[in-house]
Design a protein around this ligand. Sequence first.
Ligand SMILES: Nc1ncnc2c1ncn2[C@@H]1O[C@H](COP(=O)(O)OP(=O)(O)OP(=O)(O)O)[C@@H](O)[C@H]1O
Length: 230
Amino acid sequence: MLSVKNLTACYGESTILDQVNLAVAPGQVVCLLGRNGVGKSTFLKSLMGLVNTPQGSIVFDGREMIGDPTYRRARRGIGYVPQGRDIFPQLTVAENLQLGLGMAGGKGAISDKIFSLFPVLKTMLARKGGDLSGGQQQQLAIARALVSKPKLLILDEPTEGIQPSVIKDIGSVIKQLRQEGNITILIVEQYLEFIMTVADYYYVMEKGQIVAEGLTKEINPEEIQKRMAV
Ligand SMILES: Nc1ncnc2c1ncn2[C@@H]1O[C@H](COP(=O)(O)OP(=O)(O)OP(=O)(O)O)[C@@H](O)[C@H]1O
């Protein structure tokens, strides 16, 4: 589904990612763990074509996409939820969802599936995005990415600053999507317990390089926590 090989990413003169290799199999939930500032968000931005990637390869669904502009990567089936959620605060929930559909080249009604995953959004369609709680905004951001039916959903720290009950709801959505098997999910996280309940496979990043990987069910929490500690 996704195969990243020897990927290097830079901001100007500074190299942030150094020869990163990472693979995501179809239907899997894969997580990229690591402490603040190691390059996790930069990795996701590289997948979306938002960062300069002078070396390496990103094959998605059998096709190289390293030279593709961001909109083409989205239209090929990647839904991206950036850190900080990035919804439109002045637009209503319904308008935010419609925009997600439009950005992926689709149109029409938002499917009932979205509201069965996120029932809270159905009750708030006319409310401005900016008036939602942080957790509701995160759910809206994920829903907005899902309306275009992506093959790969990318989430950047979906639990950051979110209250425990909403984290549980988001975890249930991810588990349901995994069970249905129609989507592949890549999550950047620092919240290890969350990942242990939702992910099949994990990678750990340090200073722009992958330093550990394995099946989540075989994870050694103490060892990983040590790598994540500041
Ligand atoms: N636009 C930018 N220009 C220059 N340097 C940047 C830019 N964005 C990030 N960096 C630097 O790149 C490095 C990796 O940042 P990145 O945001 O990818 O880390 P992260 O692992 O996602 O951390 P966090 O969890 O805090 O978001 C950091 O040293 C950061 O300061």
